[in-house]
Write a protein that binds this ligand. Sequence first.
Ligand code: ADP
Ligand code: MG
Length: 266
Amino acid sequence: MADPLIVLTDVWRTYDVGGKPLHALREVDETFAAGEHVAIMGPSGSGKSTLLNLLGCLDRPSRGTYRLDGRDVGELSEAELAEVRRHQIGFIFQSFHLVARLDARRNVELPMTFAGVERRERRRRAEEALDAVGMAPRSAHRPNELSGGERQRVAIARALAMGPRVLLADEPTGNLDTRSGRKVLDLLAELNAGGITLVVVTHDPNVARRADRVITLVDGRIVSRIAGTELGEVNPLIAAVEAAEEMAASEAAAEAAEAESPGETG
Ligand code: ADP
Ligand code: MG
């Protein structure tokens, strides 16, 4: 395996809730290799978003260490953290978080505007990113003129605009119908195949099973680690659909063979 990109060692995240400690994450030890595709599952309130926010340097561990590409994130200043967020990490949210009054291209330009990228370069990169997600023809549309799936693709283009190494997605298909959700997942898989490290929070086994690995959190602890393919096997609905598809395929093959065999037809 390649060098680990992310190493979490005994990470805790504790909130103070009315004077009482609430451990949103406890004893988290986990390593993510560069280029991996990992899904994080778990019931509501189990710490998935907290973990994703830590990975995205939006937050810091209360205890333990987070090393990103060899650097201890806990020791970085606010300015250095902002720099890491800007250049290494792209975020995608369930509700897209696009600016309503800006068209798709200007939404994609936003992080580059904050990073001080010059206007013409900004525009060039935004158009490139929109093209990469198949949204170039809609670049002048505002969010309310786009479907949910299209909005999420614009949000992905925005996450890509600064050329991040890691893409963090919190329930990216949670607000989408099955078909546009699948298109978004295909796009994320394509980006991952291109080398980007992908971490997806989801409660949908159909999303998680596409990952190399699935981590499950309960009460802030990692309670299981399995391969995405294993998840496919243990999900009864998916197993039933696959079995039915296989049966139909073998029936079709048998019919075709029968039709071809001489003597039995005509
Ligand atoms: P998930 O994304 O799995 O639904 P979260 O990571 O959002 O869970 O939350 C984990 C736990 O931490 C929950 O009990 C939640 O109420 C608590 N929590 C999250 N953010 C805060 C906060 N800012 N202050 C206090 N408690 C929080
Ligand atoms: Mg959450």
